[in-house]
Write a protein that binds this ligand. Sequence first.
Ligand SMILES: Cc1cc2nc3c(=O)[nH]c(=O)nc-3n(C[C@H](O)[C@H](O)[C@H](O)COP(=O)(O)OP(=O)(O)OC[C@H]3O[C@@H](n4cnc5c(N)ncnc54)[C@H](O)[C@@H]3O)c2cc1C
Length: 457
Amino acid sequence: MGDETHHHVIVGGSAAGISAALALRRHGFAGRVTVVEAGDELPYERPPLSKALAGGEHAFLHAILPRQAYSEHRITLLTATRVLALDPDRRAVELDDGQTLYADRVLLATGMLARTLPVPGADLRGVLTLRDVRDARELAARLRAGGPVVVVGGGFIGLEVAAVAREAGLDVTVVEIGARPLEGPLGPVLAARMTGLHERAGVRLRTGESVTALIGDTDVTGVRLGNGQVLPAATVLVGVGVRPDTALAEAAGVLCDEGIVVDRHCRTNVPWILAAGDATNQAHPHLPTRGRIEHWDNAMQQGAVAGAVLAGVPESHTALPYFYSEQYGRTLQMYGRPAPGDEFVLRAEAADAVDPVDPAEAGEPADGRFLGFWTRGGVPVAAAGLDRPRELHAARVLIERRVPVHAAALASPTTDLRALAKPSAAPGPLAARLRSRPEARSPHAGDPGIAIGTEAP
Ligand SMILES: Cc1cc2nc3c(=O)[nH]c(=O)nc-3n(C[C@H](O)[C@H](O)[C@H](O)COP(=O)(O)OP(=O)(O)OC[C@H]3O[C@@H](n4cnc5c(N)ncnc54)[C@H](O)[C@@H]3O)c2cc1C
């Protein structure tokens, strides 16, 4: 699998890049492997940056691999080094320290860049985005100094930071331009459940509002909304999305369209260059159309496929998309990717789990847990749940095996998902029975807590 004179260069030392380097060795590649990373830290995990901010650096900075693993696997890691250009004709990789590396193949794992707010005051001190460990250090220091905190954009990173800040006792407002935070990825029913956690924790939600300016002299002191109101702020976290870092790829003649366009083998239109991770626009069997999957697990899995392909093993990236988020000590997990028009099914709660007292929580379990599915043509294609890891594990198998299950069965708390997910049940007697009896509805099917309908994700 490549003699010792071969050399592969990986641009970007994060989930996708490091996973690819390890896979090259796992598949027996004997040549040189170099990872070039612009950041100056040993490659680290990004998810803890928004979840463990209150615990200090030892809590949020976790190396992906210990330093000695790079020498053990004969991976040359160049940190604090940026790739400036790629020249496919000369197979040259130009570095910002003046060196040129020559490579048989290059893997681009350049990830994403945080979007900023295009409004006056966006460069004031205390207006932060959160993408890397330097951002996390600055944000953690500002949170330690106190609030109020305004989070602009109710996506996962913004809400995770809102939860950390609120748990630290700070005054927190989330400004969201849409009808409700997280409606895009989770749909209205589950987004309402997630935002309920924040409201109960005392976070103020300002939905349907845009930000027109950030106020202050040197440090930010306020956030002006479209209606003219100014929210006081000592720190503003801008979580308004990301864009793929495609500059190198584009300059090297690689086709990009909202991401680096790759096939299932991580190949681009330039034979010398592959790509993996957040920055890619991929054709994936579990995506309704080509697109990006911006999750840690995807980057690790797709990176591993890229490493295999670089080593000469023709693997394909087909792993079911998966992500998780942690807020207030609760864990949200999601498998698959819903599409507009999918049928949404909320799994009902067993009667003894439902809050009997609080009418506002009617149909919701007292502990706030939930589990929902999206089905397409009677087949589950996605599932998301809060603190439901065992059932989600079963849901994952149903989705991966494309086992048809009637919506009423998914909705019923008495349906044993793990039994349905057993190999013999796909498409064995129980699944077949549920398929053939669309009228088989749970006794809870008419309860207010059960929503079966069509929902745009
Ligand atoms: C705060 C935060 C929290 C997150 N939480 C979760 C979560 O809970 N669950 C989840 O599934 N996902 C989460 N994610 C997303 C997850 O971290 C990403 O999906 C994952 O990091 C993508 O890995 P990647 O290797 O594709 O790219 P990235 O992690 O973005 O890394 C790309 C690397 O390339 C380097 N680079 C770029 N250009 C160059 C160049 N020219 N030369 C050298 N180096 C270069 C960059 O410095 C960077 O280190 C989170 C992300 C962030 C920022």
